[in-house]
Design a protein around this ligand. Structure first.
Ligand SMILES: [Ca+2]
Length: 395
């Protein structure tokens, strides 16, 4: 009889009801330094503590879930700020009450090794551990609509490069509709958002998420938001920009995260992540080499066993970057559309190229890329004209 009751209670705990708190995970304070050496941008729009995650919780509602991320500092408001690029009020582009951070949430719903995706969003420079391969991803970002179109444009670009000469108008159409369908099922960009004090809450409907189970795993990454990426012509020369994320640079730049002297520029630009101890966060973000991106493990419950890190071959650990300004790009070999479980002997990601400075683009190339951005709907007519004038100025 005792056995029956414990089985019954076990089964019961797999269900949650509207109004229930699904979970509340806490994260240590004072660890908003990535692997230990990240420095905040020198811009007054950032201060230590802004991106310091202190808890992640979820409340079940009738038709979805309200997730809440809390930070050590009160959430910074875009009110009274102006864009350094266009001079427009920041509230015009960051309309949801916050502007300087992104939170990525990768959810593992089935706990099957290798079932799901391990690739993170562009520019994160990490992958999700195969043990926690994700089925659903949520990106909380100050410009969700723009992030979604930028994501689609980036993925379309990847497919185009892959298909190369086989790319034509018909192919472009098919790829675009496949990508849209894939994004609708797998990625969500919340736009129902409440900012209160230190908290940002955001709603994710059950039409996307399904019925959440208490044993789902969550990998949560906090990064700096590059708000005006789509209008920053600096990225026009790069192969593939990140998705609304600030990268790393030497020293203490104004609009990027810096690193302490002698630390590795290849480290991921992740400022904080959900892990119940700081040592584990440092380990996850620093355990990588040229062929292996840092692996992020999901949090499932406070009592779960700590992840085990496989030894990395020592010979490959000399990956000390000196001039590569961005973290290694996710390997193109990992399929983004209709992903399949990764076989044990899957091809390793290509090592990032040796630190070669990106070639300076000609004015004509930059104008063509700008034209493409306008065509893709990533910039407004006004932004287009301003940037065009800027580029022509360089002549
Ligand atoms: Ca923290």
């Amino acid at each position: 009889m005792k056995r029956f009751w414990s089985l019954f209670l076990c089964g019961l705990s797999l269900f949650v009801w509207a109004g229930d708190t699904l979970f509340e995970f806490s994260d240590p304070s004072g660890d908003d330094f990535g692997a230990g050496t990240l420095l905040y941008p020198s811009s007054p729009d950032f201060e230590r503590g802004d991106l310091d995650l202190t808890s992640f919780s979820a409340q079940l509602e009738k038709d979805g879930v309200w997730f809440t991320v809390s930070f050590r500092n009160a959430v910074r408001s875009p009110k009274t700020r102006t864009s350094e690029i266009s001079g427009d009020p920041l509230v015009d582009i960051a309309r949801y009450g916050f502007f300087n951070l992104n939170v990525d949430i990768y959810i593992d719903t089935d706990h099957q090794l290798g079932s799901g995706n391990v690739e993170s969003l562009p520019g994160r420079g990490v992958e999700i551990a195969r043990e926690n391969a994700w089925e659903k991803t949520i990106l909380l970002t100050p410009r969700p609509r723009e992030a979604q179109s930028l994501y689609l444009a980036l993925m379309k670009g990847r497919e185009k490069r892959k298909l190369d000469r086989d790319w034509d108008a018909q192919r472009a159409k098919t790829v675009a509709s496949e990508l849209e369908a894939w994004v609708e099922k797998n990625l969500f960009f919340p736009d129902k958002i409440k900012v209160r004090g230190h908290d940002i809450s955001f709603f994710v409907p059950s039409s996307f998420l399904g019925q959440p189970k208490p044993d789902w795993g969550y990998a949560v990454l906090v990064s700096g938001a590059d708000l005006e990426q789509s209008v920053n012509h600096g990225f026009l020369g790069q192969k593939e920009p990140g998705l609304m994320i600030m990268g790393l640079a030497d020293g203490r730049p104004r609009w990027q995260f810096g690193i302490q002297p002698d630390s590795d520029l290849f480290q991921p630009p992740i400022v904080d992540l959900l892990a119940n101890d700081v040592a584990l966060q440092k380990k996850m973000l620093s355990h990588y080499n040229r062929e292996q991106l840092p692996k992020i493990f999901a949090v499932r419950s406070e009592k779960m066993a700590p992840p085990i890190f496989a030894d990395l071959p020592k010979a490959k650990l000399e990956a000390k970057a000196t001039a590569q300004p961005t973290p290694p790009a996710p390997a193109e070999t990992q399929p983004r559309v209709a992903p399949k479980p990764e076989p044990e002997n899957a091809q390793k990601p290509e090592p990032p190229p040796q630190a070669a400075p990106a070639p300076t683009k000609s004015v004509a190339d930059r104008l063509r890329e700008l034209e493409q951005l306008r065509k893709d709907g990533l910039i407004s007519e006004d932004e287009y004209q301003k940037l065009r004038a800027k580029i022509l100025n360089d002549l």
